[in-house]
Design a protein around this ligand. Structure first.
Ligand code: NAD
Length: 636
């Protein structure tokens, strides 16, 4: 008997898992067979509904079959696992977006990989034996197969709880958490499947009300109280300081799991929540972890302890639960060329301006599977990006043209060239920081040529551009924003639609007026601290966790050797050039004058950066080089 039966019965595409002896654990071959069936049935009018079920009483599907992954990983071959996960995630995405109803019947265990095939369809049916869980942290992985999306969407802090304790949900809890839709008594399932085959109509399924609310839902107060922290450390601290039954049981469950995996789970859910949440983003983040899990995570050790030696005493990294933020960042950094590529999502993108910001942004788009053609007159290039001879060549045939340029007048001249070359219906996305008038003028010209236009300047600096964690502030129509949102999800972690054309630039210049002033304040405070004999590291330790903290201090510290790596550690090579900050402060003063707004701090910041760039050697230096400028001066 084969492990899976795929057939068309009546109006239903039928997929039945047939490995009950292995709790229907999914092999690589089963995964590929399901994907092939979904591809074949997508445009087949004979199939009106897809029905997924499994043989045996004990499990719909207990997870992915991980024995092969272990064997290859142990031998130092990480590519088998990477291919398995990438193909599995592609299947998960297809199920999630499938244009026809997908009905799944989830008896017994539905865990991990089982959730990936059973819980992304349109009608997820559970019964009295159903037990659904995301237990990956117990084997050194993170909730994957799209499960991180479901956890991020679960009510309040339930996702953090389920993802780090691996708790099992009964039917009622699964519906509450968003992993299932319909409770129907299991003895009715065979008749319902026949009816689905006969009618092809998923609307015949009517859910019943489970007998009582689930035990996990009943604990939501405790869950929210203990899991509201941002990191694993926060949650462990509150649990350890509580002697309740809930806290003790939860701690016991979490102690079985990999601390690195749990810490990454918290970070993933926090990155996913927000306006740009999507299945593609969830799978991309999950894959960043799983692709590294064998080499750098706890996966091999987790499998050894769970299913090879069965000693159930894994030797986790960071066993005391103290996981440094850097370890989490390393597991979740973009993968570059190795990044997950979901078939069929490749847009043609022209990218113009491959400077400090543009080059890594373009590389991230290419790594995510888009076809990127890039141009920069300075001859700079970016990984995975095809070099175009000029801006027109990069824009020709593109679905989206992205510009990342120094200022509004360069934007206007580049836009004039490329708008004429772009195909009707395409979108011009400008991510540079420019004046509101230039943004609006370019949008008007684009609209006149039948194009969509979005102004979406960014915040987050070169680190955010490289790490795919920028914040975009966008102006333009809803249609334009929707078109480019999938690209924001790759290049950033947050995109705010601020209003009509120009609104993104308005948000950006206000933000950077604050940034200019806080960087100056941070630099002058360091200089004062020096003169008071205060050690810079001590100053950082205090201020970064006190009311004087800011992005300038905490993420981009202007003092060399203090705080996270920043341009100060590289002799103030930009980074974000002082002349670009001068430009932005000029834009905010220009806007303040036009709008009759009183902005004395912004005006002073502009005057100081002007003096620095024009008379004090600041040109070509990072904008944080204000610190050596203050160092060299007396009160005067
Ligand atoms: P950059 O100077 O490194 O890059 C700009 C690129 O544009 C250069 O490579 C230049 O050769 C290219 N260019 C100039 N004229 C061109 C033309 N006619 N056609 C095509 N390309 C042309 O600057 P950056 O730091 O990458 O900043 C780009 C934009 O992003 C700016 O508007 C800046 O204000 C904004 N920004 C920068 C940061 C940062 O930290 N660097 C942060 C947020 C926003």
């Amino acid at each position: 008997m084969s492990d899976i039966s795929i057939r068309i019965t009546g109006h239903a595409g039928r997929i039945t898992l047939q490995r009950p002896q292995a709790l229907n654990a999914m092999t690589y071959e089963m995964c590929l067979a399901i994907e092939a069936a979904l591809d074949a049935w997508r445009d087949d009018d004979a199939v009106c509904v897809v029905v997924l079920d499994a043989e045996g009483d004990r499990a719909f599907c207990s997870g992915g079959d991980i024995a092969d992954l272990y064997a290859t990983g142990l031998n130092g071959d990480f590519s088998y696992g990477q291919t398995f996960w990438a193909d599995e995630y592609r299947l998960n995405a297809k199920l999630f977006e499938y244009p026809k109803p997908v009905v799944s019947f989830l008896q017994g265990f539905t865990m991990g990989g089982g959730v990936g095939i059973g819980c992304h369809g349109s009608h997820r049916v559970v019964g009295d034996t159903s037990q659904i869980a995301m237990p990956e942290v117990g084997i050194g992985l993170v909730p994957d197969v799209g499960g991180s999306l479901m956890l991020a969407l679960a009510p309040e802090r339930l996702g953090e709880y389920l993802g780090t304790t691996a708790s099992r949900m009964n039917a009622s809890d699964a519906i509450f958490a968003g992993f299932a839709d319909l409770y129907i008594a299991e003895l009715k399932w065979p008749t319902l499947i026949e009816a689905l085959e006969t009618t092809g109509d998923a609307d015949i399924l009517i859910g019943e009300t489970p007998a009582e609310i689930g035990p996990i839902q009943a604990q939501m107060d405790d869950i929210n109280r203990h899991f509201h922290g941002a990191t694993l450390g926060d949650v462990l601290t509150t649990l350890q300081s509580d002697d309740s039954d809930f806290a003790n049981k939860t701690l016991k469950a979490m102690r079985r799991n990999s601390p690195l995996s749990m810490a990454c789970t918290f970070e993933m859910l926090s990155r996913l929540r927000g306006p740009s949440i999507s299945m593609a983003k969830a799978l991309d983040l999950e894959y960043r972890f799983t692709a590294r899990a064998m080499e750098h995570g706890d996966f091999i050790e987790g499998i050894r302890a769970a299913i090879i030696d069965k000693d159930r005493t894994p030797k986790w990294q960071f066993a005391d639960g103290n996981v440094p933020p850097m370890a989490v960042s390393k597991m979740l950094m973009p993968l570059g060329d190795l990044a997950l590529k979901l078939k069929g999502n490749g847009m043609n993108i022209g990218f113009i301006g491959l400077g400090n910001m543009g080059a890594p942004m373009a590389a991230n788009l290419a790594a995510a599977g888009h076809n990127v053609s890039g141009f920069d007159p300075a001859g700079t290039t970016a990984d995975g990006v095809t070099v175009a001879a000029n801006a027109v060549e990069a824009a020709t045939g593109a679905d989206v043209v992205i510009t990342m340029l120094p200022n509004g007048s360069i934007l206007r001249s580049v836009a004039a060239e490329v708008i004429a070359a772009m195909q009707a219906g395409a979108t011009l996305l400008d991510c540079s920081t420019v004046d509101v008038e230039s943004a609006r003028a370019v949008a008007t010209d684009a609209a006149a040529a039948g194009l969509l236009a979005v102004d979406a300047p960014v915040s987050g600096g070169i680190g955010g551009a490289a790490g795919g964690t920028l914040t975009f502030m966008a102006g333009g129509s809803d249609a334009g924003f929707a078109k480019v949102q999938p690209l924001f999800e790759i290049m950033g972690q947050k995109a705010v639609h601020c209003g009509e054309s120009g609104a993104g630039q308005a948000a950006k210049i206000c933000n950077n007026m604050i940034l200019g002033a806080t960087m100056i304040a941070t630099c002058e405070a360091f200089s004062l601290a020096d003169k008071l004999g205060l050690d810079r590291q001590k100053m950082f330790d205090v201020v970064s966790t006190s009311s004087g903290y800011s992005w300038s201090m905490n993420a981009y510290c202007p003092a060399p050797g203090v705080g996270p790596t920043s341009p100060a550690d590289n002799d103030y090579t930009p980074g974000f050039a002082a002349e670009l900050m001068l430009k932005d402060l000029g834009l905010s003063q220009q806007a303040a004058e036009a709008a009759n707004a009183d902005t004395p701090m912004g005006a002073l910041a502009l005057a100081l950066y002007k003096q620095f760039v024009e008379d004090e050697g600041g040109l070509g230096k990072d904008f944080s080089a204000m610190l050596p400028r203050f160092e060299a001066r007396d009160r005067g």
